[in-house]
Design a protein around this ligand. Structure first.
Ligand code: NAI
Ligand code: MG
Length: 351
């Protein structure tokens, strides 16, 4: 029997509620597909920050290094600035483990009401380690009329090329169509460079049709006609914005999953729902666990269990299509546990 060694960081808020749901589904899938997962839990969070002054211990990255994968709920809490929780945990993990691909599938499931009336099945590939989210810059003259802030974007040939290659490969395994998010009319150094590299990589993937859209127009087109998109590749900032937009168009941010991948497998990859800690609903057992459960399915696919992953996503789809068990964000009355139990029943029965 294969055993996978998984680091689990439930985090804060609803992260503490959706993570156990996802792990339970992983255990059930393992029983059917002949693998087990050993979960090692870390209490790294904003609560830890309030107690000890840091989101994770100084050797946190080294402790994660030996695991096969990292599963994360969500971090963020009122009273702790969001840049502390992000730069104290998530971003160091993504960078130390060279998780340069952030993969965010978006599907409109049967039985879900979407603000747009169209079929949606796309994947946003977000560059995850450089771009606009850089540490280069600073603030000067704090508190004076001449106060200023400068933040530099960093785009490297190697960093852009590798994420583009991943996106083109993914498109070739799907419907063979890639859209690049750009803004080369306004951002005149980095974005034309991005566009040039897209053209260059496109020549290496002749089987994939591709086009590019300015990010503002792309946002409008995602709302007005999402069906035509297959793989959308964007920089760190553009990919971040697009994936929340696409998730909302597909019904709820509570559904959206993500994978932070180190495709070379030199380091563990990290799997987490797209949503945050949702302090407005935390502690009430009403959070939608789909984003976390689907993220766990992506983790199983990465660990070599594609059939288990497909079965989990099919179970989510079946419960949604039936329509009687639905969380409040989707217009229902079910709690986190009710939905999770409905998914577990289908998986256990092998349907
Ligand atoms: P959020 O995603 O936590 O919540 C946005 C809205 O969506 C809220 O009304 C919330 O109730 C709802 N929502 C989110 N997930 C849901 C779910 N599973 N089921 C039902 N409803 C759900 O984003 P927000 O409010 O901007 O941020 C809250 C905290 O989370 C902040 O501290 C932020 O920094 C953090 N955050 C952390 C992320 C992470 O850990 N990767 C990502 C995004 C935000
Ligand atoms: Mg985001």
């Amino acid at each position: 029997m294969t055993t996978h060694d998984i680091a689990v960081i439930p985090g804060d808020g609803i992260g503490l509620e959706v993570t156990p749901a996802a792990l339970e589904v992983v255990r059930a899938a393992g029983r059917r597909h002949g693998f087990t997962c050993q979960f090692t839990e870390y209490d790294w969070s904003c609560e830890r920050y309030k107690r000890e002054g840091a989101m994770m211990p100084p050797d946190g990255i080294d402790r994660l290094r030996g695991h096969d994968a990292v599963f994360l709920g969500a971090v963020g809490a009122p009273g702790v600035p969001d840049h502390v929780s992000l730069w104290g945990l998530l971003i160091p993990i993504r960078r130390a483990f060279r998780q340069y691909v952030n993969l965010r599938p978006v599907r409109l499931f049967d039985g879900i009401e979407s603000p747009v009336n169209a079929a949606i099945d796309l994947v946003v590939v977000r560059e995850n380690t450089e771009g606009e989210y850089s540490e280069i810059g600073g603030r000067m003259n704090r508190g004076f009329p001449g106060e200023m802030a400068v933040q530099e974007s960093v785009f490297t040939r190697a960093g852009v090329t590798r994420v583009l290659d991943y996106a083109f490969d993914l498109a070739s395994r799907r419907r063979g169509y890639l859209t690049s998010a750009t803004k080369s009319n306004g951002i005149v150094h980095t974005m034309p460079f991005w566009d040039e590299l897209v053209e260059e990589r496109a020549r290496e993937h002749p089987g994939v049709r591709w086009d590019q859209e300015h990010i503002d127009a792309l946002c409008a087109k995602l709302v007005l006609g999402p069906s035509r998109f297959d793989v959308i590749v964007g920089s760190n900032l553009f990919g971040d914005i697009l994936s929340d937009l696409a998730a909302a168009v597909a019904g709820s941010i509570g559904i959206a999953p993500s994978a932070n991948l180190n495709p070379e497998r030199e380091f563990p990859s990290m799997f987490e729902p797209v949503h945050g800690s949702a302090p407005d609903i935390a502690g009430r057992g009403v959070a939608n666990p789909i984003g976390a459960i689907w993220s766990a399915a992506m983790m199983l696919e990465h660990l070599g269990h594609p059939a288990a992953a497909d079965e989990i996503v099919a179970a989510i789809a079946a419960v949604l299509a039936k329509g009687d068990v639905r969380t409040r964000d989707l217009g229902g009355t079910a709690g986190t546990d009710d939905f999770t139990r409905a998914v577990l029943t289908l998986i256990t029965e092998g349907r």
